[in-house]
Design a protein around this ligand. Structure first.
Ligand SMILES: Cc1ncc(C[n+]2csc(CCOP(=O)(O)OP(=O)(O)O)c2C)c(N)n1
Ligand code: SF4
Ligand SMILES: [Mg+2]
Length: 267
């Protein structure tokens, strides 16, 4: 199926600001789905609320635009009733790790087969630039006019510690790595997490004097490096990109099916 077939063109133009990284994630996702050869009717995309979550409106899969912070809870319900479907769960950094933080860690530990995509722009974009749990110490936000003193979560570390069986990070600058990592995550049998560092020039960029949308993209190039690279050894402040965790563990729906069978037999 051509990439275009996965898009709801009737809903364009999209709502994202010029230079927003979220559209690049949309591009990466459709390329990943196309590379796997998934049929539109076999995919359910579930989101919460946020600029990032608007992505569900533009994809021609089964889509569920649910409640802020609760995308994974809805997705788990869909997956448990229809385990044969492929579940994609795009979330903002606030959506996934602030209001939705508890759902996130517990979804990681259950190893239910779905792909969580954390579109990390380090800010609450949709609601006007409040700081998020991923903004980081020393950043500026509309709710931190004298600088933010909260330390940030590291998505890769938190997903790994919570038990996710596939954990990766890439950025919206790395347009070749992005669909490749998403494809690997979707193919993985278990709970996969992909953090995509993505610019919000309108709020995060403006408040933190990061320059134009192009400057922000260049920063993603210059501040990240492949896992285990020589550059990382020489400059530990670089953020690593790539697949950090890939392991096998019993998958939740398959285990649940065994429980149903045992209950039916009464043993
Ligand atoms: C229960 C609830 N609380 C708060 C809100 C308001 N709200 C909507 S989107 C959002 C944050 C969006 O930030 P993020 O998830 O990072 O997505 P982004 O817009 O940055 O892509 C908030 C607080 C809401 N819609 N529902
Ligand atoms: S406010 Fe930020 S996150 Fe939202 S569409 Fe604009 S650039 Fe993107
Ligand atoms: Mg955000």
């Amino acid at each position: 199926m051509a990439v275009k077939e996965y898009i709801r063109e009737r809903f364009f133009p999209h709502i994202w600001c010029p230079g927003c990284g979220h559209g690049v994630v949309l591009g990466g996702l459709v390329r990943a789905v196309e590379a796997i050869g998934l049929k539109k009717n076999d995919i359910v995309m579930v989101s919460g609320i946020g600029c990032s979550s608007r992505i569900v409106g533009y994809m021609d899969f089964h889509t569920l635009h649910a409640i802020h912070g609760r995308a994974l809870a809805f997705a788990v319900g869909v997956k448990m009733s229809r385990p044969e479907l492929t579940l994609l769960v795009p979330m903002g950094d606030g959506d996934a790790l602030s209001i939705g933080g508890n759902h996130f860690i517990h979804a990681c530990r259950r190893n239910i087969d779905m792909t969580a995509i954390v579109m990390n722009n380090k800010v609450y974009g949709m609601t006007g630039g409040q700081y998020s749990p991923l903004s980081g110490y020393g950043t500026m936000a509309t709710t931190a006019p004298y600088t933010n003193i909260d330390q940030e979560f590291d998505v890769v570390n938190i997903a790994t510690a919570a038990g996710a069986t596939f954990v990766a990070r890439t950025t919206s600058y790395h347009v070749q790595q992005l669909p490749e990592v998403l494809e690997e995550a979707i193919r993985h049998k278990g709970f996969s997490v992909v953090e995509v560092m993505s610019p919000c020039p309108t709020y995060y960029g403006r408040k933190n004097k990061e320059g134009s949308a192009v400057d922000m993209m260049e920063r993603l190039k210059n501040t990240t490096t492949p896992i285990g690279s020589k550059a990382k050894r020489e400059n530990p402040s670089l953020i690593e990109r790539g697949v950090f965790v890939k392991k096998e563990m019993p998958e939740y729906c398959a285990e649940y099916q065994k429980i149903i069978e045992r209950a039916m037999k009464g043993n």
